[in-house]
Write a protein that binds this ligand. Structure first.
Ligand code: BGC
Length: 738
């Protein structure tokens, strides 16, 4: 414990606001404290200050020509939106002119790749392949680090049950258990084994917390939820991120139960830095300290600074609240200096761990940059990730694959040849010209003269170009049509009240179906969409998200059957907008929904079933998954329950199935969802082959938070279900006995 903290404790300041000083281990403790002891208060506050560079602003940018002077004076600890070996070196050189030569930390939103672009995170989550997810994060880190970046503001681990929210594209979807595993894989991928490795970057668990539950799916909106739901549904990925060693956390824009997350002591001091013993850095979201004024939580920027630092927010991204107001608050004794010291220690620790004090320029190597970006191995990884993210939603009469196909393909839809739309949003250094479109992919695979392309609609206005589309269709043997969202229709500040694809796109698919030819629809977008008419008029539908650099090749791999699709939906696709929020792990209620409706939990005017359930995705082959078996009915509370099932390939080609295990605790001290994903296994089987799959259910799978927010496993009857998705399951029961 430092002297400051000791004094603070003696003054009694540590009680109500739950201040707990970060525990730093040797050899870093000594180094960090020796730097801290040399710093003036102004320099300390400088370390908490983060400014943006001139790239990709997602909020209001303050026009400030003095940033370089401030860096030289030690008044800036970190910059975001700075990249490239040259640019980062230039800025770091300014930092080296400051009195204590404390290096700058460079942060950037490396969301799904840096120069090589991988599928958008929601799309990649459909792969249900944690190893792949870890590898793409590592690939992104390698490129970002080679471009001078130390810190990515990713992964976003917000659980979201509302497809209207534009940022669903950045996360892993609606399920907490799966989202937790994805969050861990991404943190591990970004950070590798050690931050000292120059090809890794600091991860940032964001947005803390519950940002995905914004009311009505409107970005930045208020969140109001029970603590039980917060702990059960929204916090687990974050807690797991701490366990995986996430170097940083970003708080969120939203107000949570009346207190903005940025000024939320319960979240940041009590849970994160207290109960979970997080020793990394917390950064505000863009301007979110200052936005507490607009929330009506504090009267001015200085009070915002006070609320944020007391609540445990270490770094101020673009509010300038700390750099303008904190010094006076400390000097007047209104904010104990120990709070500032604690935040500074956390930041210095990361700078030491990254090796920046040894060599502030170790990430600024133009040669490494040139060798790493868009190298062949990363492109191959992008193609692998792309094809594994595609979800086959429909395939009537084996319309796909186009194996050994010798005819002509009519490729229709401007999205199929739009490079910028292959890339998706938050695409960083991904250069538009480097994206492979579907048209290019198909032409490379089937020959240019065999692909008859037509825009079908205007990309900007969606106005249909039917004669041209129908003409192409008539000259071909099969029709492939691309419909859906443009890249800027999902992402931050891209909430939508209507998640249907453009009506013109639906009309186009219907008109093409009128030719009597087979229609294969490629559905592109960053969220669950409603496309009922298009689906009805398609023989096959592939959900292709935005797949990044290798999109066109990856989609062609799937269309051709070179890769048999294996993706599964990480979010429920609603049948109707009015069903939102819709998710598979809802609670039973006292009047469970019923097809007869009556006085049950239903709508009068629409069905309660989604268009496609969570976990859904077909293959070019078929699988059969048996009902689960257990070797006994009764299991002790401390035992690990072993559940087995057999899966067999009943179709005619080899393929991969994701066997999913769901659990229901039939009676709990708090009500339990009708089913919760608690395991999945991917198996690759030849036609006719079968294999046994085994799951082990321990405390992490069997328990839940009770009314006192304690994690408990309660005795009683459980229903265990296995299947290819959350709806088509077979079940068995077992008892947990004390
Ligand atoms: C977003 C964050 C992002 C930050 C910096 C904000 O608007 O909410 O997720 O990391 O900008 O770009």
């Amino acid at each position: 414990m430092t002297l400051c903290a000791l004094l603070l404790l003696l003054c009694g300041c540590s009680s109500g606001d739950r201040f707990r000083e970060v525990a730093i281990e040797e050899p870093y403790a000594h180094k960090v404290d020796s730097v801290l002891s040399l710093m003036t208060l102004e320099e300390k506050i400088g370390q908490l200050n983060q400014y943006t560079g001139n790239y990709q602003a997602t909020g209001p940018v303050i026009d400030d020509t003095t940033k370089i002077e401030q860096i030289k004076k030690g008044r800036v600890g970190s910059m975001l939106n700075i990249k490239g070996a040259h640019q980062t070196r230039e800025l770091q050189e300014y930092a080296m002119q400051s009195r204590l030569r404390i290096p700058l930390l460079f942060g950037l939103d490396v969301i799904h790749g840096m120069r090589t672009i991988y599928p958008i995170p929601l799309g990649e989550a459909a792969s249900f392949d944690l190893d792949l997810i870890r590898r793409t994060a590592a690939g992104a880190a390698r490129e970002a680090a080679a471009q001078g970046v130390h810190w990515t503001f990713a992964p976003m681990m917000d659980i979201s049950r509302d497809a209207r929210w534009g940022r669903v594209m950045e996360g892993a979807g609606e399920d907490t258990w799966y989202g937790t595993h994805v969050a861990q894989a991404r943190v591990e991928g970004f950070q590798g084994k050690s931050l000292a490795d120059v090809s890794t970057v600091m991860a940032c668990a964001k947005h803390f917390a519950a940002y995905g539950a914004c009311i009505a799916g409107k970005d930045y909106n208020t969140v109001d939820m029970s603590l039980l739901t917060l702990h059960e549904i929204y916090l687990p990925p974050f807690r797991a991120a701490v366990a995986s060693g996430a170097a940083s956390f970003m708080n969120s824009f939203n107000d949570l139960n009346g207190i903005p997350a940025t000024g939320n002591t319960y979240l940041q001091r009590q849970l994160l830095k207290g109960d979970w013993a997080f020793n990394g850095v917390t950064v505000s979201d863009w301007g979110s300290i200052g936005e507490m004024v607009a929330h009506g939580y504090v009267p001015d920027l200085q009070e915002a600074a006070r609320a944020a630092i007391l609540a445990g927010c270490d770094m101020d991204m673009e509010s300038r609240a700390y750099v303008s107001g904190l010094q006076e608050l400390v000097e007047k004794g209104e904010v104990p200096e120990a709070y500032v010291d604690d935040a500074v220690r956390r930041i210095l620790l990361k700078k030491f761990q990254l090796g920046l004090f040894d060599d502030p320029f170790r990430y600024c190597d133009p040669e490494r940059e040139a060798q790493t970006v868009l190298c062949d191995s990363l492109r191959m990884l992008a193609r692998e990730a792309g094809k594994k993210s595609v979800v086959l939603l429909k395939n009537d009469n084996a319309a796909l694959p186009l194996k050994d196909f010798k005819g002509k393909i009519a490729l229709i839809g401007a999205l199929a040849d739009s490079k910028v739309d292959m890339r998706g949003s938050w695409a960083n250094e991904g250069i538009v010209e480097e994206m492979v479109t579907v048209r290019e992919g198909l032409e490379a695979r089937y020959g240019k003269s065999n692909v008859i392309y037509a825009d079908g609609y205007d990309l900007e206005t969606n106005r249909l170009q039917l004669p041209q589309a129908l003409n192409a269709a008539r000259r071909a043997d099969i029709i492939v049509v691309a419909v859906g969202e443009r890249y800027f229709h999902s992402g931050e500040a891209k909430s939508k009240a209507d998640i249907s694809i453009p009506k013109e796109h639906q009309e186009l698919v219907s008109a093409l179906k009128g030719t009597g030819k087979k229609v294969v629809t490629l559905l592109m977008g960053g969220r669950p969409m409603i496309f009922d008419e298009a689906a009805a008029h398609s023989d096959a539908v592939l959900l292709t998200w935005w797949l990044g650099t290798e999109a066109g090749n990856a989609i062609t791999d799937v269309l051709s059957g070179d890769y048999n699709p294996s993706g599964k939906l990480p979010m429920t696709f609603p049948a109707h907008i009015g069903q939102i929020p819709i998710y598979y792990n809802y609670k039973s209620t006292g009047r469970p929904e019923s097809k007869q409706r009556g006085y049950t939990c239903c709508y009068q005017d629409i069905d309660f079933e989604p268009a496609y359930p969570f976990g859904y995705g077909l293959s070019y082959t078929t699988f059969e998954i048996d009902a689960p078996t257990l070797e006994k009915r009764e299991w002790g509370l401390d035992e690990e329950v072993v559940v087995k099932t057999t899966v067999r390939n009943t179709g005619s080609c080899a393929g991969k199935e994701t066997v999913q295990l769901y659990l229901r605790d039939l009676v709990g001290s708090v009500t339990r969802p009708v089913k919760e994903l608690r395991g999945f296994r991917q198996v690759f089987l030849q036609p006719g082959e079968e294999t046994e799959v085994s799951f082990t259910l321990g405390k992490d799978e069997l328990g839940f938070y009770n009314a006192d927010l304690e994690y408990v496993v309660e005795p009683g009857t459980f229903c265990v279900m296995c299947g290819p998705d959350s709806k088509n399951v077979k079940s068995a029961e077992f008892e947990l006995v004390p």
